[in-house]
Design a binder for this molecule. Structure first.
Ligand code: HEC
Length: 606
């Protein structure tokens, strides 16, 4: 079966406001691509070769592939125009016939004890899988062996956390292919082609006697797909801004889905022709049954205005992470990123409580005021902001004395405990890293109710001194800086233990770093944390000792016959369900190690 793709995506995904101006693909090519692709250099595929690729493949290379450094300067309509100008119609995200299961029925019985549905095992975002659902004890973790590997064809990044329900695994990919696999064996049950890359984890909800899978893509579309068949139920743009990017899994409460909305616009600032910036982060609440809007709350109250010849503002305060449900108080907690342009606003780099039924902001706690930063700052370096976004969800936990506490980890390297009963007043704060653009806590912490586990990124890159104009990776990753895992006592914030980073060896691949940006996952007695060096490690929750270590950087024989390699672990974390552990490996961004594989481990590989 070919995954169905509508070529209409070349036109369909634009918001009306930006679609009005027709962009010439040839002009974009001449201006942005010809310098390399018409150069005759043997390292660059010539225009004739590009013209053999499918439109969707080229768009994928621009959005999330080798050309992302070049393409980050282009607007979405410019990317689409140049891809349509170069490419042939058709699709590249195909599933080979032999990858399919003999039995392709997907049956969900609703809630099962052994599941991991969406970003976290629970909507409080603890990323803790209880013992009966995990099915792994600390000593069994030490016996984990690879059971199967699945390759994402043509991808160089594997960044979507899988969801596991009733023995089925649902996962997105950089090609935009969303697949249902048999969680035991990795054979394919169905495939659905999204418009853009799908990095968001997938959330399944009951819908009548069937189920809907809810997820977003990185060009701004949000989908409801029938879990049993892979058929589209509805799709909707979460926000009209053309740079919209949905990175996080949604949250569901009763009949409403809450979608966190982020953007690429920060990187557009490196384009000298781009007037930065106008995007405003938001949360959108839609009815699950048909996608109609219930409410939408922007993280910046007013629309951007032209502030100078080349600047618009205010902008930013993107929402990168899954909101957190607080049933008792009838609110969801949202974390926000920095401002992209002047002026700074009060809800950037903040934790907010939004009323579930109306989206009204009940309280907010800004931890880094005045953080105005965009990608141009990396080169010109005179911006007010330190780029201390929240990239991860807040965790709602209960203390022994019955009080609730909200835990939030920031790129600043600080973990906060906030009081949900006193407008987010800070109960304690503890530093776990130096912080920075790719520093501190990036994708998420885990908590077992007693301790919160914060992995530190602190990834450091330096500018390449290579004079080669074709050098596609102008950033070099420092193999000696970053990483570490800290356990903090939830009640007090004091450090219980610190597992130091494990530095890259002399034979490590370029792009190796000890940084640990990947989201952390916990089960009773064990904490899983992945690193840019490609290692997934299991740490003892008691003392931080490494119990198990698997180097994912290697080639794999995959169950679907696709050539696949592992690489850096970044973004979503490991998922543990019913005695198995799943993780995606490969992250060709930021100069780190590419890869395209989904790995499944079980006790002794059985
Ligand atoms: C700085 C030089 C440079 C610029 C500018 C550039 N490219 Fe590339 N491009 C390359 C190189 C080198 C490769 C090969 C990368 C590799 O295989 O490692 C490549 C690869 C590609 C590929 C992948 C081909 C394949 O086999 O999958 C596509 C598609 C592509 N470029 C499209 C574009 C488009 C479209 C633009 C303009 C928007 C562009 N490139 C601008 C240097 C460039």
């Amino acid at each position: 079966m070919r995954a169905a793709i509508a070529l209409s995506f070349a036109l369909g995904i634009l918001a009306p406001a930006v679609a009005a101006a027709q962009v010439s693909g040839e002009a974009v090519y001449q201006q942005r691509c010809a310098v390399c692709h018409d150069s005759g250099n043997s390292r660059v595929p010539p225009r004739g070769e590009l013209k053999k690729l499918s439109v969707s493949r080229i768009l994928r290379v621009l959005d999330f592939g080798e050309m992302q450094n070049v393409a980050s300067k282009l607007r979405q309509d410019e990317r689409e125009a140049v891809a349509s100008y170069l490419g042939v119609p058709g699709d590249s995200g195909e599933v080979h016939a032999k990858a399919y299961c003999a039995d392709r029925t997907v049956t969900l019985t609703g809630h099962s004890k052994t599941e991991w549905n969406g970003w976290s095992s629970k909507p409080t975002n603890t990323r803790f899988q209880p013992g009966d659902a995990a099915g792994l004890t600390p000593s069994q973790v030490q016996r984990l062996k690879l059971k199967w590997a699945y390759g994402f064809d043509g991808d160089i990044i594997a960044f979507a956390q899988p969801t596991i329900l009733n023995g089925h695994l649902f996962v997105g990919s950089a090609s935009g292919l969303v697949q249902a696999l048999n969680a035991e064996s990795g054979c394919v049950q169905w495939a659905f082609q999204a418009i853009g890359p799908v990095r968001s984890a997938i959330l399944a909800v009951a819908l009548g006697d069937k189920h809907a899978l809810l997820f977003g893509d990185t060009v701004g579309w949000f989908y409801s797909v029938e879990a049993e068949t892979g058929h589209l139920l509805w799709k909707k743009r979460a926000e009209p801004h053309e740079a919209t990017r949905l990175t996080a899994a949604p949250l569901v409460y009763q009949d409403t889905v809450f979608i966190p909305v982020a953007s690429w616009e920060e990187t557009r600032s490196t384009n000298p022709d781009y007037a930065c910036c106008t995007f405003r982060g938001s949360v959108v609440a839609l009815r699950i049954k048909d996608g109609s809007e219930v409410w939408k709350t922007y993280m910046i109250a007013e629309k951007a205005k032209k502030t100078s010849e080349h600047e618009w503002g205010p902008s930013g305060a993107a929402v990168w992470a899954t909101p957190t449900l607080d049933n008792k108080r009838g609110v969801i907690y949202v974390t926000t990123g920095d401002n992209y342009s002047d002026v700074a606003t009060p809800l950037s780099d903040a934790v907010l409580a939004l009323e579930v039924s109306t989206g009204k902001i009940i309280w907010s706690k800004q931890t880094t005021p005045g953080d105005v930063w965009n990608t141009l700052c990396s080169t010109k370096g005179d911006c007010p902001g330190p780029d201390y976004d929240y990239g991860s969800s807040a965790i709602l936990e209960k203390l022994n004395d019955g009080r609730d506490v909200l835990l939030a980890g920031q790129k600043s390297g600080i973990v906060y405990a906030l009081d949900p009963d006193h407008k987010g007043a800070i109960l304690w704060q503890t530093r776990v890293g130096l912080g920075g653009t790719l520093g501190g806590v990036e994708w998420g912490m885990a908590s077992d109710g007693r301790q919160v586990y914060a992995a530190t990124s602190d990834l450091v890159r330096t500018q390449s001194t290579s004079a080669d104009p074709l050098n596609l990776n102008p950033q070099i990753v420092d193999p000696k800086i970053g990483g570490g895992l800290t356990a903090l006592r939830i009640a007090t914030g004091e450090k219980v233990w610190f597992a130091p980073p494990i530095l890259c060896g002399p034979t490590a691949k370029p792009g190796c770093s000890p940084a640990q940006p990947q989201a952390v996952t916990a089960i009773p007695g064990v904490v899983f944390s992945g690193s840019i060096d490609g290692h997934l490690r299991a740490y003892s929750a008691e003392d931080g000792k490494v119990l198990w270590d698997f180097d994912t950087v290697r080639e794999y024989q995959t169950v679907n016959g696709v050539r696949a390699t592992g690489g850096s672990l970044n973004g979503p974390g490991a998922v543990v369900v019913g005695g198995m552990l799943y993780v995606n490996s490969g992250y060709a961004r930021q100069g780190t190690i590419p890869g395209n594989v989904l790995l499944a481990f079980s006790i002794d590989g059985k």
